[in-house]
Design a protein around this ligand. Structure first.
Ligand code: FES
Length: 207
């Protein structure tokens, strides 16, 4: 005879598996500090359903994971101008900016504090800044480093290059604090180890 408790037990088991999977995912993230973990747990204290929604919405997604084909993000980018796009995935918010000296830089625009959207403020400082309105976080437009507020880490980079016509392309990503070359090499090692070897990605200092 089927116990009337069985469906509830199954549900509890499913929930506990879901919770275990969430904890595993957070714990496995090499860029997630213990403090971040506790903050995330507190943030999703509304329950596992909320936690699952956060995960599926990509809040815990590790920028720089996986590879994506090059993406043209702008035909032209004037000095002081920024363009928003999604890369490497369709939910990964990013931005390319041409600084006033002509340098083009790219970043994830997911704030490293609590994942709010980071904005471009051209008029701030000598070369503009990236600003998070949620808790007044500020990042250097040139390096992505935190210059003010609570964000614990720099903005992860999106590697951008210009072609001969001046169009701007996103070609890869690097995690917060990782060099562009290390990020590109990590992606290449995953997608084409032979090319990675030929590109010197296995040499010391390339990762
Ligand atoms: S979420 Fe960006 S400063 Fe808090």
């Amino acid at each position: 005879m089927t116990s009337p408790q069985a469906p509830e037990s199954t549900e509890l088991s499913d929930r506990s598996e879901e919770h275990a999977a969430l904890v595993d995912r957070i714990s496995a993230d090499s860029l997630t500090t213990r403090r971040d973990y506790l903050r995330i747990v507190a943030t999703v204290s509304g329950g596992l359903v909320v936690g699952s929604t956060v995960v599926s919405a990509g809040v815990l997604h590790r920028h720089g994971d996986g590879t994506a084909p090059p993406l043209k993000v702008a035909e032209k980018l004037a000095r002081g101008q920024a363009v928003a796009f999604n890369y490497p995935g369709e939910h990964d918010r990013a931005m390319a900016i041409r600084l006033m000296d002509g340098t083009v830089v790219g970043y994830s625009t997911v704030c490293t504090h609590l994942a709010c959207g980071v904005l471009w403020r051209k008029e701030r400082g000598s070369e503009g800044e990236l600003y998070c309105p949620c808790h007044e976080g500020v990042f250097s437009a040139r390096t992505g480093e935190v210059t003010a507020g609570p964000p614990p880490r720099p903005l992860p980079r999106v590697v951008v290059v210009e072609d001969e016509q001046g169009a701007v392309w996103a070609i890869g990503t690097a995690r917060s604090g990782e060099t562009e070359r290390a990020g590109l090499c990590r992606g290449l090692r995953d997608s084409n180890p032979v090319l990675a070897e030929r590109a010197g990605c296995n040499a010391e200092g390339a990762s």
